[in-house]
Design a protein. Sequence first.
Length: 97
Amino acid sequence: MATYIVLGQFTDQGIKNVKDTAQRAQALKDLAKKFNATVTAVYWTLGQFDTAAIVDAQDDASLNALLLSLGRLGNIRTQTFRAFSENEMGQILGRLS
């Protein structure tokens, strides 16, 4: 499984319905299961992004399908980063000559 950090910004629709944001987070967790992914954490943030989620998915394609399905709902736009654990980074660094 790969880990991703997904940052979100509410759309106009999303902010108009912000009272539903906790329910939407739960819906994201449920939706993720359909794409062999797991949302391990959701945070609401201050600053440029409104939300941050930690998602584990079997591959980039699975995560992309999940995020496209999420985007179609119209409440949030996302920016995604692949994250590497300390162990994974150690393995990567071990490949350096």
